[in-house]
Design a protein around this ligand. Structure first.
Ligand code: KG4
Ligand code: ZN
Length: 336
C-alpha cells in the first residue's frame, strides 16, 4: 500500500510517500521560519496561506522523487488536528479532494500520534508497550502506550509546553524564532551550573509539568544581569539543563510507575542533542527517537500513522472536519 502523507498543522508544510512494503520512498518539507521570524512567532493566517502556496508543488515534487504518479497512490493521510484551524484545513481539504478524485481512501491523523509513532520509521524500533515523552511547541505529555491506538495520558503540562518555553525564553533574550535550536546552540558555549534554576514540580508527586515559572525565573534573571549579553550563554545553558533535569526526573518516575523498559521521545524538542544524550545515559531504559529530520513536523510520520490506521480498518466518511483541540486519549475509544 502506498500512502501520501500531508502535514500542515502549524508552520511546516510536510509531504511524504510511504510504501508499506519498501518503507519511506520520499519526503520533503518547506519551512515557514522566514515568514514568521519577523513577528517572533507563528502568525496563523500567514501559515495557512503559505501552506496553500506550497502544498501542491511539494506533492508533485515528492511523487517525482519517489518515482511514482498520483495513480500509484492507495490512500492519502493528512493531519486532522490538533493545530491551527486554518492551517489544518489546507491539508484536510486538499488531501480529501485528492483522494476523492483518485477514488482512494483518505484518513485524518492525530498530529501527536504521528510524533509518537515516528521512531518506528527508524531501523531501531521500540515494541509495544512503551512510555512516550512527547515534547513539541504545543504539547508536553507522558503517555503510556499499551498498543497502537491505546494511549493513557500519565502527565502533561499545566501551562507552557517545553518547546513554547524554549521559544519564549529565546525571544526574551533576543535570540529569535524558533527558540529551541537557538538556545540549544548557545547553551553549548555556556556553564550549566553558574545560575541556579528551578526544576519545576519535581518536589511533589505526580507526572504533570509546568514550565511558565522557569521562563519567568529566566526573565527576572536576565533583566537583573548587569551585562546580559555576556551572561546569555550561561543563562541558556542553565535553562536548558533545568528543562532536561525536569524531564528526566518525570521520565524516571513514569518508567517506575509503568514498569516499562522502553522510552520513546518525539516532537520538535526531541531534536535537542543534550536532551537525547542525557536521557540515554541517565535512564534505566532503552531510548528511541526519530532521526533529526523527523523530530519536528513532517509528512512521513503522518503517512506512517495513516497507514497503521487504514491497516487496522479505520475508515472515514467523505465529509470532514478538523480538530484544533483533540485529546490524544480519545483515539483509544475511536470507532473503526
Ligand atoms: O513538533 P514541532 O515541530 O511542532 C509542534 O508540533 O509544535 O515542535 C516545534 C518546537 C518549537 O517550540 C521549537 O523551538 C522546538 O520544537 N525545537 C527545539 C529544538 N528544535 C526544535 N527545542 C529544543 N531544542 C532543539 N534543538
Ligand atoms: Zn509537531
Amino acid at each position: 500500500m502506498i500512502i501520501l502523507g500531508l502535514e500542515t498543522s502549524c508552520d511546516d508544510t510536510g509531504v511524504a510517500v510511504f510504501d508499506s512494503q519498501q518503507g519511506l520512498l520520499a519526503h520533503l518539507r518547506a519551512s515557514q521560519v522566514e515568514i514568521h521570524q519577523n513577528y517572533g512567532g507563528v502568525v496563523p493566517e500567514l501559515a495557512a496561506r503559505d501552506h496553500i502556496r506550497k502544498l501542491m508543488p511539494l506533492i508533485e515534487a515528492v511523487l517525482a522523487e519517489a518515482g511514482i504518479t498520483k495513480q500509484n497512490l492507495d490512500a492519502v493521510a493528512y493531519t486532522k488536528g490538533p493545530g491551527l484551524s486554518g492551517a489544518l484545513l489546507v491539508g484536510a481539504s486538499l488531501g480529501r479532494s485528492l483522494a476523492f478524485a483518485l477514488d482512494i481512501p483518505a484518513i485524518g491523523v492525530h498530529h501527536m500520534e504521528g510524533h509518537l509513532l515516528s521512531p518506528m520509521l527508524e531501523p531501531d524500533q521500540p515494541t509495544f508497550p512503551f512510555l512516550a515523552l512527547l515534547v513539541s511547541g504545543g504539547h508536553t505529555m507522558l503517555v503510556k502506550v499499551d498498543a497502537f491506538s491505546e494511549y493513557e495520558l500519565l502527565g502533561q503540562t499545566l501551562d507552557d509546553a517545553v518547546g513554547e518555553a524554549f521559544d519564549k525564553t529565546a525571544k526574551l533574550m533576543g535570540l529569535g524564532y524558533p527558540g529551541g535550536p537557538a538556545i540549544s546552540s548557545l547553551a553549548q558555549l555556556g556553564d550549566t551550573t553558574r545560575f541556579d534554576m528551578p526544576r519545576p514540580m519535581t518536589d511533589r508527586p505526580g507526572l504533570n509539568f509546568s514550565f511558565s515559572g522557569l521562563k519567568t525565573h529566566v526573565r527576572t534573571l536576565y533583566q537583573s544581569c548587569a551585562n546580559p549579553e555576556k551572561d546569555k550563554a550561561d543563562i541558556a545553558a542553565g535553562f536548558q539543563q533545568a528543562v532536561i533535569d525536569t524531564l528526566i526526573i518525570k521520565c524516571k518516575r513514569a518508567l517506575k510507575q509503568t514498569g516499562f523498559k522502553q522510552l520513546v521521545i518525539a516532537g520538535g524538542v526531541s531534536a535537542n542533542t543534550a536532551l537525547r544524550e542525557q536521557l540515554a545515559v541517565k535512564l534505566d531504559a532503552d531510548v528511541f527517537y526519530p532521526r533529526h529530520d523527523f523530530c519536528t513536523d513532517n509528512g512521513a510520520m503522518i503517512a506512517y500513522a495513516g497507514w497503521l490506521r487504514l491497516e487496522k480498518g479505520f475508515k472515514e466518511e467523505l465529509s470532514f472536519d478538523v480538530k484544533p483541540r483533540w485529546p490524544l486519549q480519545e483515539l483509544s475509544t475511536a470507532e473503526f
